[in-house]
Design a protein around this ligand. Sequence first.
Ligand SMILES: Nc1ncnc2c1ncn2[C@@H]1O[C@H](COP(=O)(O)OP(=O)(O)OP(=O)(O)O)[C@@H](O)[C@H]1O
Ligand SMILES: [Mg+2]
Length: 317
Amino acid sequence: MGSKTHKLPLSSIENLPFTSKTNEEKPKISCVSQSRFDISKYCDLCEIYREELAPTSVSVATIQSTTQKVAIKKIYKNCLVNDFQKTQAVQECSLHHSLDHRNIVKAVEWGEDDDAYSLVLEYIDNPTYFKEKIEDNLNPVKNELKLKSYMHDVLQGLAYLHSKGIVHGDIKIENLLLNTNEDQEQPMPTVKLCDFGLSRKLDKDTGKFFMEFPVGSLSYMAPEIKAKAYVDEKIDIWALGVVLYKMAVAYKPTQITGYKYGSGPIPFRKVDWRKRSPELQYLIVQMLNTNPAERISAEEALLHPWFKEECLSQEIV
Ligand SMILES: Nc1ncnc2c1ncn2[C@@H]1O[C@H](COP(=O)(O)OP(=O)(O)OP(=O)(O)O)[C@@H](O)[C@H]1O
Ligand SMILES: [Mg+2]
């Protein structure tokens, strides 16, 4: 699947004055931010993610004093070619650290040393679940109850972000992480959003932000994303519409021969959709509305009939 990300400089996440909304579920690790990063607090570092030429790596580590597992995302300074990219890295760390929601990976600390900016994150125990299942093994989420639970989680995270005037900007399968050992009471594992490297703050007056160049992951980019365009949080909903379709059938709508976004109704091949509830298709159609003003919001999607109990009778396993 071509999900190459074009990461371009962010121009204006101004000063990041985000208030940290407290959730019922507190992170189990105390949160501190510091400018000098002290790696000696952490031991047993083991790299779990590194792409060639990319400026980031992610490692699992243990906090020496508590033996608690964390993930450390490093953004290497020698890969950042100008001050703009350095500012962008600081903004990613600062923005992520300001967020506090059950469906967003918790950032517990960030700082820098001579080599890198480091962001210490709550450890997520099955981070590549969706990528491996859907993208590598082409195995859709057949159980609609599970699909509902995953989507409900992501929409709650997005509704929180959007209510704070923040656009994620890079919603895709790889940035949805699955945590299986969060809450023993919950029958379903929890999905959490990660990677705020392309996040932007909406202008308070216009409710939009200016995009100098198209930015995002190719197959998830909303049609309104163009050079020198004003866009808003609905770009996240479009991307999530692509994710939802992919989770349901393990391919994206544009893989159906002859179909391009906007060229006609979203294609739902009978063979793949006959056991799916019509409400699910309807939600996808509303998320993939090419007009952002008419596209459903995260708040509205959470109230969608697909999530209502009467639809649960039609579950497939
Ligand atoms: N808290 C975490 N716990 C476990 N694994 C994580 C965590 N955060 C990130 N990862 C893993 O590392 C990968 C890369 O992280 P992230 O998306 O933040 O980095 P990136 O370099 O900005 O990504 P991209 O490839 O989108 O540019 C994730 O897709 C996930 O597999
Ligand atoms: Mg990512």
